[in-house]
Design a protein around this ligand. Structure first.
Ligand SMILES: [Zn+2]
Length: 308
């Protein structure tokens, strides 16, 4: 635990230096600000994973057009494709120009290194995913990260139970999902003081092979026992009515990635089939428009349109 303490002192110093809180230049906000508004309004905010500048622009363009707050997520699993230290300043510059509240969030941080890197890069929110650890270890690690993240003004999402599958892949059939227990959730939130909780109630990462069935009763019980914003992972491919019902039962943040990836790839494939001599920037624009459509559709369903 000492390692956290030492690193976070350094991070806090860097953070204070990067974000002079007395100035007005920072438009990225802590995720709590956005989720509190969502709870009051009875809607959910989309958290969309970006993997490059093209996907970043797709997310911001649609959120600005529909006047919706938005959460820009970067997943640790995607660090292999992007240099977060280079992308973070670009995200901040884009956020400065956007007239909507945006949070920059680390999705599924599983290593201390990834959490540290995100904080040092100026992320305003992090997810620490200790869902595959034994309960006591998940609580201990999450609580330690929360303490130091909060000292730096950063919100933290934890995960209890386990949302199975893998981002952008076919839904896993190995049964690695583990539903969240409402009484454990209450204990977890009390002991860790997380700002938001990712719950496992029947959704999965990746492409569903069969219609997902969400356990709404469980979701309501978790909401009643925790009273904090709940997060639905694996938001791609869940029927619209189930999404709306999950929001009524306490979901405030919905993660979307697979549909962005699928629609971008599908549009590029179609374009190439029509004309194989297409230029690279034109192809990128095709992919961006496809992703913009997904983001706009989700914002409509989540109910956060015309929010700001
Ligand atoms: Zn997830």
């Amino acid at each position: 635990m000492l390692i956290y303490r030492k690193n976070f002192v350094i991070i806090k110093m860097n953070y204070d230096r990067i974000f002079d809180k007395s100035s007005d230049i920072m438009t990225l906000v802590n995720m709590n600000e956005i989720l509190k508004m969502a709870m009051q309004k009875g809607c959910a905010i989309g958290a969309f994973n970006v993997v490059d500048i093209n996907s970043l622009h797709a997310v911001i363009n649609s959120a600005v057009r529909l006047k919706s707050p938005v959460i820009i997520s970067v997943a640790e699993i995607h660090f292999q494709y992007i240099d977060v230290e280079e992308l973070a300043p670009v995200i901040k510059a884009a956020a400065d120009k956007a007239p909507i509240p945006l949070a920059l969030h680390l999705d599924h941080g599983q290593s201390l290194e990834a959490v540290m890197k995100a904080v040092q890069c100026g992320f305003t929110s992090i997810m620490f995913d200790g869902s595959q650890l034994p309960l006591e270890e998940n609580i201990a690690k999450t609580a330690e990260i929360v303490r130091y993240a909060h000292a730096a003004g950063i919100s933290v999402e934890g995960e209890l139970g386990h949302v199975g599958g893998a981002e952008g892949q076919l839904e896993d059939q190995s049964g690695d999902s583990l539903f969240t227990d409402p009484s454990e959730a209450s204990l977890f939130v009390k002991k860790t003081r997380v700002d938001a909780l990712a719950v496992a109630v029947g959704s999965a990462h990746g492409v569903y092979k069969r219609k997902p069935r969400l356990d709404f009763n469980r979701l309501k019980k978790i909401k009643d026992s925790t009273r904090i914003p709940l997060v639905l992972h694996g938001g791609s491919g869940i029927p619209d009515n189930d999404i709306k019902k999950s929001i009524e039962c306490g979901i405030c943040k919905i993660n979307v990635y697979t549909e962005l990836s699928q629609n971008a790839v599908g549009s590029v494939r179609k374009k190439l089939a029509e004309y194989s001599g297409i230029s690279y920037p034109e192809l990128m624009r095709t992919a961006r428009r496809a992703m913009e459509n997904v983001v706009a559709e989700k914002i409509e369903i989540f109910g956060s349109k015309n929010f700001v």
